[in-house]
Design a protein around this ligand. Structure first.
Ligand SMILES: *Cc1c(COP(=O)(O)O)cnc(C)c1O
Length: 424
């Protein structure tokens, strides 16, 4: 561990929760250099939906490299890009009756968010954007302005402007209609809310604590956008690519976003890759107006196309995700009933679910205990109070059951010491 502590910036974070050196990874497992195996319930914060080193994607990439396929080519036409464009349209957009152009941005999620926000402002000629409480959209300045998290915002060093923060679904409980609240603010010319270019929203808030908006809320949000002439940007960087049991997190809600941002699991292999889907009419970019050396990533084009071919030809993969999501939810509900029916609860949707704990200390203690027993799992939420399951979607039922039993033991140990503390 010395090398890291000596040479690497203090900004490193996840490694602090899991202070071991990993050497290999396969499927839903991480293996340290000492040969210890962990089940991976973090999965690159949702980047490894198809697991580590999926053999089909790996083979596609190896063949591509063996034949000297282009690695980098700015945004020039490559066969790899052509194949991805064609495959994404054929297997994802067309069957869902969706029609979008694809913009490849710099390779991280925040790059896609920056591009979407910039385009929304350019097209509408307005500065302001609505984003939501507990939303997370990335750490570069434009995206950070839309992000809620104070820890991240605090490091900006410049004012984070041109965003109006609105309460997310159920932010004030299920009795307060936050859509009606926004409607009133937007209708009132003297509310002080400048007319927004766009609304950016996560349908399930990943970093914000697995808050899942209802279909009804999301549909009403779309209506609100149409009524007030605001573009609707769905940030599906974490919740997309199958995580909630459909390719897009909003698929069964019947909405038509103006733009969609994708990254994390889009390459399928953990390679950096990000994309904005935009309605044709919005494509008002001049050539190169939004630029970047790493727009598109040919290796990612290859693995992404292979992932689509392998997993998204029909509904069987999505069905398996829904079944596994239910298995995990059942396990979590059991834990809640056993150790804290009054203080714990299950949050989230599909395979993006977790257990909300009384506070961040309890959640951190549970993750520590789980790690000691072979499970890599992290927290999310405003107070880091949610123990969050983001395991690869390809995980086996046996691995799920093993992970749930590790979690069960962790909750047993931590919740009983909690009770003792309260009694004493
Ligand atoms: C992770 C994430 C981002 C930022 O992606 P980076 O690759 O870390 O820049 C943006 N939006 C959402 C919803 C995310 O989960």
């Amino acid at each position: 561990m010395k090398t890291f502590e000596l040479h690497e910036s203090g900004v490193r974070s996840y490694c602090r929760s899991f202070p071991v050196v990993f050497k290999q990874a396969r499927g839903a497992e991480l293996i340290t250099r000492d040969g210890k195996t962990y089940i991976d319930f973090l999965a690159g914060a949702g980047t490894l939906n198809y697991g580590h080193n999926h053999p089909v994607l790996k083979q596609a990439l190896l063949e591509y490299i063996t034949h000297d396929g282009l690695t980098h080519g700015l945004d020039m036409y490559s066969e790899a890009k052509e194949r991805f464009l064609e495959t994404f349209d054929r297997l994802i957009l067309k069957p869902r009756n969706m029609s979008y152009l694809m913009q490849f941005t710099g390779p991280t999620g925040t790059n896609a968010v920056e591009a979407a926000l910039k385009l929304a402002r350019k097209v509408t000629g307005r500065n302001n954007v609505i984003s939501f409480t507990n939303g997370f959209h990335g750490c570069s300045i434009g995206a950070l302005a839309a992000t809620g998290n104070q820890h991240h915002r605090g490091a900006a060093g410049v004012p984070l402007t041109d965003v109006s923060r609105m309460p997310y679904a159920n932010y004030f409980g299920d009795k307060v209609n936050t859509i009606a609240m926004m409607d009133k603010l937007l209708e009132d010319p003297s509310s002080g809310v400048d007319k927004p270019a766009a609304v950016i929203v996560e349908v399930v808030q990943g970093e914000g604590g697995l808050n899942a908006a209802s279909a009804e809320w999301v549909r009403k949000l779309e209506k609100l956008c149409r009524k007030h002439d605001m573009l609707l940007i769905v940030d599906d960087i974490q919740a997309g690519c199958g995580r909630t049991g459909t390719f897009f997190s909003f698929e069964e809600m019947g909405i038509k976003p103006d733009m969609i941002t994708l990254s994390k699991s889009l390459s399928g292999f953990g390679l950096p890759f990000a994309m904005v889907l935009l309605r044709k009419e919005l494509d008002q970019w001049a050539p190169g107006e939004h630029n970047g050396t790493f727009r598109g990533n040919n290796h990612a084009f290859v693995t992404a196309a292979a992932a689509l071919e392998h997993f998204w030809q029909d509904d069987s993969f999505a069905q398996s995700v829904r079944a596994k999501g239910k298995r995990i939810a059942d396990g979590m509900h059991k834990i809640v009933r056993r150790y804290g029916p009054d203080s714990l609860f299950v949050k989230g949707r599909g395979m993006m679910i977790g257990i909300s704990c009384p506070d961040g200390d309890v959640a951190a203690a549970i993750c520590r205990h789980a790690f000691e027993n072979g499970l890599v799992i992290e927290t999310s939420g405003a107070h880091s109070e949610v123990v969050k399951c983001l395991c690869p979607l390809v995980i086996s039922e046996e691995q799920i059951d093993k992970a749930m039993s590790i979690l069960d033991k962790a909750f047993a140990a931590v919740m009983s010491s909690q009770t003792r503390e309260q009694a004493g």
